[in-house]
Structure formats: structure tokens, C-alpha cells
Design a protein around this ligand. Structure first.
Ligand code: GTP
Ligand code: MG
Length: 370
């Protein structure tokens, strides 16, 4: 991965190219002014001139994969399941999310004012569960298209009076593609026209066979409106979570995904992050998508200021230079300089990608006109 020619390096060092060539010759390398130098050669020459090289982060080195360290097995601990609710329009997704939150958060956390940060966490039997408050469909499409997999368990809401509808099928296909276990919540059981058997029957066509019928899919009948069956559903989520053996390393550099983000007049860039591994701390140097910064303040789903957030915790942070996009991934760096370098390189890369994307579009348009 060569970066500079002899004369480019010379001008950076405020030297004459001939001086560089002389040094190279001294090292046994014959070079011309336009010769490309590799990283090692650049470093060697710089040291000859007593200049310390600050290696620029090249664009290929901006993938977080390169900086995420493998977790030590012994550091892994159980983490809360991250659950997304999906289903057809009007089948009761929002009502169910609200019913779950009301049943647990307000009762257990006196004084806490729930605020909308795109995700919330509840406690059942001393175990936490994280619910994503984004439309399930979006959580899968936009986030997965960015390579982010945030969901551990999908709740497929099907209204008992309506049965399987087009978006039900779409939703279950998303969950299947992501290989996420599905729990079917048969909702609106309070309605006279409710027909849960039909829902089960219809879903067998999509290989979601209830346990009672010899299959492996968990079905829970409930009424989100009347808060009935909510506890059963939560028990089932814990059961599936246990089978999945969800683990994370709280000691790792925090890594995760942006759930939502916006520009606030007073606070600047405000982003809801879901910590997926490690522990996020106030003051951390962080790269988020193609922006970066330092975590200035951190607020949990109850609107309380917190100093650190472990795996599967949703938090709202401020301190980023720009507003990232939902589905962007983030990673904490120990060194602020490194965070800045990688953040800037990722920004540059995203600008380049956008530019080439635009060029492509305009070329396509051109061809269409011909
Ligand atoms: P979209 O966000 O538009 O896709 O809808 P949704 O799936 O979030 O459905 P929502 O929770 O908004 O519920 C749609 C309608 O169904 C509302 O009028 C709810 O009051 C009603 N509803 C939801 N759950 C139940 C239930 O258990 N029983 C009855 N009878 N009505 C319900
Ligand atoms: Mg809704």
C-alpha cells in the first residue's frame, strides 16, 4: 500500500528530492524522483531526518473489524436479549410495546419519567430485556443493509381477527433471513371475531409450526389493549433468550449500533446508541458511522444521567461532531487521536462513496436519455 513518491515525501520533509535519493542510495536503493515509496521506506527515511511519522490512516483501514479485539472466553457474561416487534399494519405493535413498558417500567422504577429514546429496557424476574422501539421492519431493512444486526429475538404480532397479512409475511421473511428466532404474539384475543387457530394454520405455510402441533415455534395469545398475556410473552422471551445463550464482554471497547439520531438546537448531535459489546463510558473517544467525538453526556431510557452503559443497554449520547444515521455502527477507541484519525478517514471515505454513487446515477440517467 504505497502512499508517496520520492518528490512528494521530499516536499513534506522540506528537503530536496536529491537528498532523499542520496539517502536511499546509501541504503542500497536506486530511486528516481517519481518512484513510489512503501510505508517502510518512508518510515526509514523519516527516521534518518529525525522526523517522527504519524501514519495517516488509509481508507482501507477504516473498517471497525480491524480494531475490534477478539473477546477472551472467560470475560463473557450473560447479556439481556434485544427484542424487535414486527407485524402487519394495525395489528397492535405499538399497543404491545406500550403495554410491556407500562407493565414494568412505571411500576418498578418510581420517579423515572420514560422518555422516547427509541428503545427501552425492562426487568422481569431480575433479568433484563431490551426492546427496540423502531418499526421492526426498519430495524431489519435499513440496519441490516448497513451490516448491523441488532435483534436477538423477533416478536411477530398477528391480529387474531385479521390473520396473516402481506406485511406479516414480509416481517417473518426478514427475521428468517437474519436467522433470528421468532415468537408469534397472537394479539386482539379480546375480540369476538378472534380466531387464533386460523393464525396458527396460516403460519404453518411459512414453517412456523406451533409446539402443540409438533413444531418449534412459540405462540402466545394475548390482548395488548387489555394487558392480558403480557407476562406470558415476557416469560417466553426469557426462555428463548436462555436457549440463545446471549453473551458479551463488558470489559471490551464499547461497540454497537445507532438506533436513531437527530440534531438538537441546544445539545447538538443527539444519538441513541445500543451498546452491543463492551461498556460505554462518559468521556470515551468514539467513532460513530462517519463521525466521531467524545461522549459528553449519557442518558438512559428513563431520562436519567448515567456514567456507564454495559452490553444490550440503549443510551442517548451527546458529544458527536455530526449527526450519524440509524444503523451506523460505533466503536470506542482508547486514544482520542486515533478516534479522530479514523473518524476523519471514514468521513472522507463516505464522501467519496457518495460522490461515486452520484456519478453512477448521472451516468445511468445519461444512458437512459440516449
Ligand atoms: P402501525 O404502527 O400503524 O403499523 O400499527 P400498530 O401495529 O402499531 O397497531 P397499533 O398498536 O397502533 O394498534 C392498531 C389499533 O388496534 C388501535 O386502534 C389499537 O387500539 C387496536 N388494538 C391493539 N391491540 C389490541 C387488542 O389487543 N385488542 C383490541 N381490541 N384492539 C387492539
Ligand atoms: Mg405502530
Amino acid at each position: 500500500s504505497s502512499t508517496l513518491t520520492v518528490s512528494e515525501l521530499a516536499s513534506k520533509l522540506h528537503k530536496d528530492a536529491s537528498e532523499i535519493i542520496k539517502h536511499l542510495l546509501f541504503l542500497g536503493v536506486m530511486a528516481t524522483k517519481n518512484q513510489d515509496l512503501d510505508d517502510d521506506a518512508i518510515e526509514l527515511i523519516c527516521s534518518e531526518f529525525n522526523v517522527e511519522v504519524e501514519k495517516e490512516i488509509i481508507l482501507e483501514d477504516t473498517d471497525f473489524d480491524k480494531y475490534v479485539q477478539e473477546d477472551d472466553e472467560k470475560d463473557l457474561i450473560e447479556r439481556p436479549a434485544i427484542v424487535t416487534i414486527m407485524g402487519h399494519v394495525d395489528h397492535g405493535k405499538t399497543t404491545l410495546l406500550d403495554a410491556i413498558r407500562e407493565s414494568k417500567v412505571t411500576a418498578g422504577e418510581a420517579g423515572g419519567i420514560t422518555q422516547h429514546i427509541g428503545a427501552y429496557q425492562i426487568k422481569v424476574d431480575n433479568k433484563k430485556i431490551t426492546f427496540l422501539d423502531t418499526p421492526g421492519h426498519e430495524a431489519f431493512t435499513s440496519m441490516r443493509s448497513r451490516g448491523a444486526q441488532v435483534t436477538d429475538i423477533a416478536i411477530l404480532v398477528v391480529a387474531a381477527d385479521d390473520g396473516v397479512m402481506p406485511q406479516t409475511v414480509e416481517a417473518l421473511n426478514h427475521a428468517k433471513a437474519a436467522e433470528v428466532p421468532i415468537i408469534v404474539a397472537v394479539n386482539k384475543m379480546d375480540k369476538e371475531t378472534a380466531n387464533p387457530d386460523r393464525v396458527m394454520q396460516e403460519l404453518t405455510e411459512y414453517e412456523l409450526i406451533p409446539e402443540d402441533w409438533g413444531g418449534e415455534t412459540i405462540f402466545v395469545n394475548l390482548s395488548a389493549l387489555q394487558h392480558e398475556g403480557i407476562d406470558d410473552l415476557l416469560e417466553m422471551i426469557l426462555l428463548v433468550a436462555e436457549v440463545e445463550e446471549l453473551k458479551a464482554n463488558p470489559k471490551a471497547s464499547a461497540f454497537g449500533t445507532v438506533i436513531e439520531a437527530e440534531l438538537d438546537r441546544g445539545k447538538g448531535s443527539v444519538a441513541t446508541l445500543l451498546v452491543q459489546n463492551g461498556t460505554l463510558q462518559v468521556g470515551d473517544a468514539i467513532v460513530v458511522g462517519s463521525t466521531y467525538g467524545r461522549v459528553r453526556a449519557m442518558v438512559n431510557d428513563l431520562g436519567r444521567r448515567i456514567k456507564s452503559a454495559g452490553p444490550s443497554t440503549p443510551v442517548e449520547i451527546t458529544g458527536l461532531n455530526e449527526v450519524p444515521q440509524a444503523g451506523d455502527q460505533f466503536l470506542v477507541f482508547k486514544d482520542e487521536k486515533k478516534a479522530r484519525q479514523i473518524g476523519e478517514a471514514r468521513q472522507q471515505k463516505s464522501i467519496q462513496e457518495n460522490r461515486s454513487e452520484q456519478t453512477k446515477v448521472s451516468l445511468d440517467d445519461l444512458f437512459e436519455q440516449i
